[in-house]
Design a protein around this ligand. Sequence first.
Ligand code: NAD
Length: 260
Amino acid sequence: MLAGKTALVTGSTSGIGLAVAQALARAGAKVMLNGSRPAADAEALRVELSAEAGVEVGYTQANLAEPASARALVEATIAAFGSVDILINNAGIQHVAAVDAFPDHTWDLLMAINVSAVFHTTKAALPSMKAKGWGRIVNIASAHGVVASPFKAPYTASKHAVVGFSKAVALEVAEQGITCNALCPGYVRTPLIEKQVVDQAKVHNMPEDRVIREVILAAQPTRQFVEADEVAAFAVFLCSDAARAVTGSVQLIDGGWTAR
Ligand code: NAD
């Protein structure tokens, strides 16, 4: 479905980003993986995905908290594959704390990775997409891009920002064969969430299975995690030609959370 396309997935060594990278490769796209760790750490992952999917897979180390690194990541992808046709802005961090106890440096870091990096990679990738008259940008926002939770004000602000940015970019490039959408998952079981399960179990003095059902998934009516593979399948659809008319949209995959 995506043979001949090239894709860059930020933060793709674990969780949702890895699942999206795997799904894009299986759909035939060449994929550039990214993480903040040295290439040697991701070599087994890169080789395994390339062999399994039968496509070229690269890896570029980049700390997306640094604008120059975000730009260099896009440049490295273009140097390796000739273009960036598909950009999945996935890298993100979370920190749970009351606003008046939230560390200033963590706000800065969260905004740098969750918001500013999306700007820098998009800005750097758009000329390549415009030159081809085809492009797909999928920004992994969150249900927190449309609703809020207490103790997650910076994360909520960052994901609302990504939703707004996605809409504005979509309008700008609407006549150039490029789509830009925000994909908003509810709770997906990934390393980012595993940490919250452990933390919340301590705070509530509850076993982890109860914390998952009664605390973590309290807002998610299905009371089941969204699977990373389900988010990935949705992302692949948004990158397909069949999704040509889907742009500027906010796609929720949240087990009914935001229907409340
Ligand atoms: P995760 O912790 O498994 O993955 C996050 C990825 O971002 C990792 O690959 C990590 O290496 C990368 N990353 C973090 N900081 C980076 C940096 N400075 N430079 C480069 N890469 C960096 O988490 P996940 O749950 O898979 O989250 C992926 C995205 O999905 C995030 O944007 C997150 O906000 C969003 N999301 C997650 C959930 C969920 O329930 N897990 C729900 C909604 C949205």
